[in-house]
Design a protein around this ligand. Structure first.
Ligand SMILES: Nc1nc2c(c(=O)[nH]1)N=C([C@H](O)[C@H](O)COP(=O)(O)OP(=O)(O)OP(=O)(O)O)CN2
Ligand code: ZN
Length: 123
């Protein structure tokens, strides 16, 4: 198995509805997010490609457009925009059009924290 990946960044605002009133996480604030999207597979013997980066870039651009400079809480499906939920949401957008999707790794470099979603159970 071979893994390829593409990275992108976006800036967005959010608040955490679960935070207690008055807590700083309950107030609207912004973050810079970094995302790495990974695909597993075997290179096609003819082309040498698992999946063309141009196709991955096109799928990522559509997802980025929905997140960049947005209020994440207003994005359908992101009413609780934690790293856990955003990484899962990115997976759900990409999975129908990216064969072999293996991992969505989302981080906030300024906070030294992140989340890795690899699909599977929603429990
Ligand atoms: N398990 C999780 N815990 C928290 C999340 C999360 O997504 N998953 N998110 C938050 C808030 O978004 C909060 O803004 C993050 O706060 P913090 O870790 O304190 O980082 P900073 O506010 O210091 O980030 P800066 O960008 O450096 O200001 C809380 N918990
Ligand atoms: Zn935050």
């Amino acid at each position: 198995m071979t893994r390829i990946y593409k990275e992108f960044t976006f800036e967005a605002a959010h608040y955490l509805p679960s935070a207690p009133p008055g807590h700083r996480n309950a107030r609207v604030h912004g973050h810079s997010f970094h995302v790495r999207v990974s695909i597993d597979g075997e290179p096609d013997p003819e082309t040498g490609l698992i999946y063309h980066f141009d196709d991955l870039s096109a799928a990522i651009a559509d997802v980025r457009e929905m997140l960049d400079h947005q209020m994440l809480n207003d994005v359908p499906g992101l009413q609780a925009p934690t790293l856990e939920m955003i990484s899962r949401w990115i997976w759900e957008q990409l999975a129908p059009r990216v064969p072999g999707l293996a991992e969505v790794a989302l981080s906030r470099p300024s906070c030294q924290e992140g989340c890795i979603y690899t699909g599977g159970s929603s429990q």
